[in-house]
Design a protein around this ligand. Structure first.
Ligand code: AQP
Length: 326
């Protein structure tokens, strides 16, 4: 039997190349490799943990679904659905809450960073990783394409699977992350911070025109050294651009640095802008096509939920029986 790949993305704003290189591109590559069964979803319940406008949320949900389809998620191969359309996600999260300690959640760096950046510490935000564990384990997912920022959350999902199995008997696999060559894309304006939808200034969006890409990469913060070199610790700005180039070209960051060792920063930035613009062109064309057919996108999402619901129901029934609910 093929390993099961699962992953989700929040409808919390416009998709940037961090989301693309960290998660979406690998989700598509894993799907197209033919070696896995894949299912992907839009985590609308997770997105309620940040401040949002209810009037804009439906558009954001459809928008993210459209982006995923444009980026290459093929609903014929991988069901694509909305998390809240499969009620078992929230139900399993509640059960997992009862086997997760406060201390485990208090250690989550993403939570601390979001609070430090001014986000309201609601209980949902604190509990975010438990819902993520439920998202994965509900389908007994084994592989999860995610960005580096989710590594700790994924560890927690493994801990939850282990605790559950130990207490109630072998039920869940321990899921592992699948990380790319650009597992953490940093902000173009502040390369010490990750590129994040909630910090639009440093984002390069999938929808950006070649002109905008050139402007943003051209103005990206680097350093005052003359030679291009890959050293994420000490030279985060230029290393971030190298990672972006590596992510889009498929080469290792070290070989990109070698390839451009004698180029000026300006020439490297031009080459990086051209590469990103070329790679995004196809996605942008497909985005336009799907964007004109909202009904079809909704149909795909409904069909996706219908396809995965029986799996979710089966797991939840098994869990309820094991924990003693009738
Ligand atoms: N900068 C990044 N580099 C690499 N991967 C990233 N991801 C997010 N930012 C980067 C990965 O994208 C997937 C979907 O992320 P998400 O939208 O569910 O949540 P997020 O990680 O919180 O993304 P943002 O952009 O930072 O959104 P906001 O600002 O709303 O919190 C995940 O696999 C994530 O790892």
């Amino acid at each position: 039997m093929k390993s099961l790949v699962v992953s989700g993305i929040q409808p919390s704003g416009t998709i940037h190349i961090g989301n693309y290189l960290g998660m979406i591109k690998q989700a598509v590559d894993l799907q197209d490799s033919g070696g896995y069964s894949c299912l992907y979803f839009i985590v609308d319940l997770h997105s309620l943990t940040s401040k949002y406008d209810p009037k804009k949320k439906p558009g954001d949900i459809i928008g993210i679904a459209t982006d995923l389809l444009a980026a290459g998620i093929d609903p014929e191969k991988s069901p694509l659905f909305i998390q809240s359309h499969v009620l078992e996600h929230a139900n399993l999260a509640w059960i997992f809450n009862t086997i997760t300690s406060m201390g485990q959640l208090e250690r989550m760096v993403e939570y601390k960073e979001k609070i430090a950046s001014g986000q309201t510490p609601n209980a949902g935000l604190f509990d975010y990783p438990v819902l993520m564990a439920a998202d994965i384990l509900l389908y007994k997912g084994q592989k999860v394409p995610v960005g580096e920022d989710q590594r700790q959350h994924l560890e927690l999902a493994r801990d939850i699977a282990r605790s559950f199995n130990k207490r109630f008997g072998e039920t869940f696999p321990e899921p592992g992350g699948v990380y790319t060559k650009a597992p953490r894309v940093m902000s173009l304006t502040d390369p010490d911070k990750k590129m994040s939808k909630s910090m639009p200034a440093g984002c390069l969006y999938l929808s950006d025109s070649p002109k905008k890409i050139k402007q943003k990469i051209g103005a990206a913060v680097t350093d005052s050294q003359k030679k291009i070199g890959y050293d994420p610790e000490n030279r985060p700005g230029i290393s971030n651009l190298i990672n972006i180039y590596a992510g889009f070209s498929g080469s290792a960051p070290e070989s990109v640095a070698k390839q451009f060792a004698d180029a000026s920063y300006k020439d490297f930035k031009t080459a990086a802008s051209d590469l990103v613009a070329e790679k995004l062109k196809g996605i942008q064309e497909r985005r336009e096509k799907f964007g004109r057919n909202k009904k079809e996108v909704i149909r795909i999402l409904e069909e996706g939920a219908n396809a995965v619901r029986p799996i979710a129901q089966k797991t939840l029934a098994e869990v309820k029986e094991k924990i003693g609910l009738i």
